[in-house]
Design a protein around this ligand. Sequence first.
Ligand code: FMN
Length: 210
Amino acid sequence: MKNITEVLEWRYATKKFDTNKKLTDEILNQILEAGRLSPSSLGLQPWKFILVENVELRTKLREAGYNQPQITDASHLVVLTYKNSLDEAYVDSYLKYTADLRGITTDDLKSYKDMIMGSITSRTPEELKVWNSRQVYIPLGVMLTASALLEVDTCPMEGFDTNKFDEILGLNEMGYSSTAILALGYRAEDDDTAHYKKSRFGTEEIIIRK
Ligand SMILES: Cc1cc2nc3c(=O)[nH]c(=O)nc-3n(C[C@H](O)[C@H](O)[C@H](O)COP(=O)(O)O)c2cc1C
């Protein structure tokens, strides 16, 4: 079995997927679960992951994604979206869910609620959007790593028109916005980028010890 460094050396942003190879449901679900189980600031999970299975939708998304082939050719496509706003009703629903899960009352979580609301009300609506959109990169990273551990190839992507994606997927009506895509599948044998030497600055350059 590969160690984590070998796994991360193995993964690369796949440009050309083998259109004949598909993830099994079991593998796909493990990757989606890795996203769902990701941490978020205050535990608020301000995201939804859209698994786009409809072929016509994927064709439209490819047009809105500067015609990047991964959008249609990968086995599966996940669009990561963030919540456009956060309000007390959302916080209450999260705390009720948590309280029920843990067999406690929402009153027990009163000081936690105060902390969350303090954090939300100290931000402007625009700052809340930025904050939420940043959270989405955590499940993106977790799913990238989980995929690599499962020997699934991926391409994380930001190269697309978010407004068009939102429109095609009806995200505005849901109160969400697209921020990144995760294409999942298996590399084509002739994807030359698989053999590019990984370009990363050295450990001394990136890891600063003080
Ligand atoms: C947030 C994010 C957005 C990216 N957007 C694209 C994209 O739109 N298209 C693409 O082919 N690669 C995209 N990439 C892949 C990067 O170019 C790639 O990860 C980087 O060059 C390092 O190469 P490696 O992942 O193969 O090691 C993106 C990567 C990240 C993390």
